[in-house]
Design a protein around this ligand. Structure first.
Ligand SMILES: *Cc1c(COP(=O)(O)O)cnc(C)c1O
Length: 379
């Protein structure tokens, strides 16, 4: 027997209470059975997003929410500024281009974070830019971008929308949608929200709804205006993903009981213990600036293949983490501390990493990283 552990940055583990809630019989999405469920879900999401704006609930993965954030607000030929600091930044560019936007990129070196000054300079230079697209956490590099700082800059440009992919950052980072002037923010169910994959969430500001009126891109499934009208009636445009939305309410209960501030503190504490344990082992953190509280990208020592670490952890110990993507493939190994994560997820991940590195021939004194993590997690 091999007991399985999921320590990847999505999908993430689902708490037993949430799993059980989703075992209930299916209810009808336009019946009085379901309307209060959706009402509670939409209020919970507003609490989590720290917003008074509508938060749309879509039956899709996170990327569906990203697509909707593009094809509901813009027109072909309009200019977009994309902050590209990794695989998911690249995805914004690809989606924008697929819908005919003219993309200007600020390429950020992998492992580094955007300087809001650079965005300010770009917006000053080109007043035609209709939106700035960014990741809150760039999952491929483990970097958290300065969303607050970017918000301060973009607020001064009344014709520019601030669009944030917070799919892997939500729950782990304190992101203040309204206070920081985020116009469109995308979340997903299978990361910090402790749910299976299948839901995307998108908050939309009044400024963005105004822009929506001018947008003529073709759309059918992701029609945000229709979703908004349905949301007001506690429904969705098409059949609601009733099971996942029931689970969402259960997950939200857990988060609300803990309290938002404590949720963020827990993630900060787990992330810090992970990073310090990694350093105690003599390894580097791939995120040179602003490491995220969702996932830690660990640099592999010379001669150790990150993909082999991933594979060995899975096959020998039943632990699924994540390797690197694209240019970081083989060079890093990622451990998530996101959503349904606590002290012994960190101890497990670090202990297993030590064992695998030793097995692959890297000189590790077993227990060094674990001891550091224990010390920090006891405090
Ligand atoms: C996981 C993730 C996504 C979306 O992935 P889906 O597979 O479409 O759910 C998008 N952006 C970031 C930053 C992510 O971590």
């Amino acid at each position: 027997m091999l007991k399985r552990y999921l320590l990847a940055p999505g999908p993430t583990p689902v708490p037993p209470e949430v799993l059980l809630s989703m075992a209930m019989p299916i209810i009808h999405h336009r019946s009085p059975d379901f309307l209060p469920v959706l009402d509670s879900a939409k209020k919970g999401l507003q609490w989590l997003f720290q917003t008074k704006n509508d938060v749309l609930i879509l039956a899709s993965t996170g990327t569906g929410g990203m697509v909707g954030a593009v094809n509901n607000f813009f027109n072909p030929g309009e200019k977009a500024l994309v902050i590209n600091g990794g695989k998911f930044g690249e995805r914004w560019t690809k989606i924008c281009q697929a819908y005919g936007l003219k993309v200007e990129e600020i390429v950020v070196e992998w492992g580094y974070s955007i300087k809001p000054d650079m965005v300010e300079a770009a917006l000053k230079k080109d007043p035609e830019i209709k939106a700035v697209f960014v990741q809150a956490t760039e999952t491929s590099t483990g970097v958290y971008h300065d969303i607050e700082g970017l918000g301060k800059v973009i607020k001064n440009y009344p014709d520019t929308l601030f669009v944030v992919d917070a799919i892997s950052a939500l729950v782990a980072q304190d992101i203040r949608t309204d206070e920081w002037g985020i116009d469109i923010m995308v979340g997903g169910s299978q990361k910090g929200l402790m749910l299976p994959p299948g839901l995307a969430f998108v908050s939309v500001s009044e400024k963005a709804w105004k822009k929506n009126e001018t947008s003529k891109m073709p759309r059918f499934y992701f029609n945000f205006k229709k979703e908004r009208e349905n949301l007001a009636k506690n429904q969705t445009n098409f059949t609601s993903a009733v099971t996942l939305i029931i689970g969402l309410n259960e997950a939200m209960k857990i988060l609300q009981k803990e309290g938002l501030e404590n949720v963020f503190k827990r993630h900060a504490r787990l992330a810090n213990a992970t990073r310090e344990a990694v350093k105690a082992l003599g390894l580097g953190i791939y995120s040179k600036e602003s490491p995220s509280n969702s996932v830690t990208a660990i640099e592999m020592p010379d001669g150790i293949d990150g993909q082999l670490v991933y594979k060995t952890l899975r096959e020998k110990y039943g632990i699924t983490g994540a390797g690197g993507q694209d240019r970081a493939k083989g060079k890093i190994f990622r451990l998530a501390h996101l959503g349904y994560a606590d002290t012994f997820d960190i101890i497990t991940g670090i202990a297993a990493l030590e064992m695998v590195l030793k097995q692959l021939g890297h000189p590790v004194k077993l227990g060094t990283g674990v001891a550091k993590a224990q010390e920090l997690l006891m405090a």
